[in-house]
Design a protein around this ligand. Structure first.
Ligand SMILES: Nc1ncnc2c1ncn2[C@@H]1O[C@H](COP(=O)(O)OP(=O)(O)O)[C@@H](O)[C@H]1O
Ligand SMILES: [Mg+2]
Length: 187
């Protein structure tokens, strides 16, 4: 797999869950909205997919049933992946071919970042595909320097809140463009 240069290598950094200082994020790059249906959550993912570039990492936070896999299905669909996308809870990663390769990881069963490194997660973090990670909370010590953070929360049986924000400068412009095309505004 070819390597992108977006991220410093984890193995060159101390494993420390507190190494991230929270940068100021431009409000124009933050997307906050309420999804009223599975379709809307999927559509959000598929519209985001139109703006994704090789090497993009998306961390999906949220409880069981919040909609992480639903959102991922939308991203995969938007990237032209054909076939069924489901959570790789037991296999840790599923790979799909679309406009770009899609690596869908689920860290639910991992205890910590070291286990993910032992599995070989760096291959996915530094590849040229789109890497989408469910349950990134499990591997917080090895979060990359920059990523798109998506937080989903259960509101009612059919409603979910979604918040997308860039962490690190790499994805500010991407999310601004997504916000403009999906919601018609920069603010
Ligand atoms: N607005 C919504 N967005 C996403 N999922 C929803 C929504 N409303 C209801 N759901 C239901 O919530 C569940 C979400 O499941 P899933 O996407 O697998 O969550 P997770 O991967 O976070 O555990 C599905 O059963 C889906 O039908
Ligand atoms: Mg899931």
């Amino acid at each position: 797999m070819t390597q992108n240069n977006h991220q410093p290598k984890i193995k060159d950094q101390p494993l420390n869950a507190n190494r991230h200082t929270r940068p100021q994020t431009a409000p124009s790059a933050i997307v906050d909205f309420i999804s009223h249906s599975v379709t809307q959550t999927r559509r959000c993912g598929s519209q985001l997919a139109q703006h994704l570039t090789p090497g993009t990492i998306i961390l999906l936070e949220g409880d069981l049933g919040a909609g992480k896999t639903t959102f991922t299905k939308g991203v995969a669909q938007g990237l032209g992946v054909e076939g069924y996308v489901n959570s790789p809870t037991f296999t840790l990663v599923n790979e799909y071919e679309g406009r770009l390769p899609v690596y869908h990881l689920d860290c639910y069963r991992l205890e910590n970042g070291q286990e993910a490194l032992d599995f070989g997660i760096e291959e996915y973090l530094y590849g040229d595909g789109i890497t989408i990670i469910e349950w990134p909370e499990r591997i917080r010590e090895i979060w990359p320097e920059s990523y798109i953070r998506v937080r989903l929360s259960y509101l009612t049986e059919t409603k979910r809140s979604l918040r997308l924000e860039p962490v690190g400068p790499a994805y500010v412009g991407l999310l601004q463009e997504f916000k403009k095309s999906a919601f018609g505004s920069f603010q």
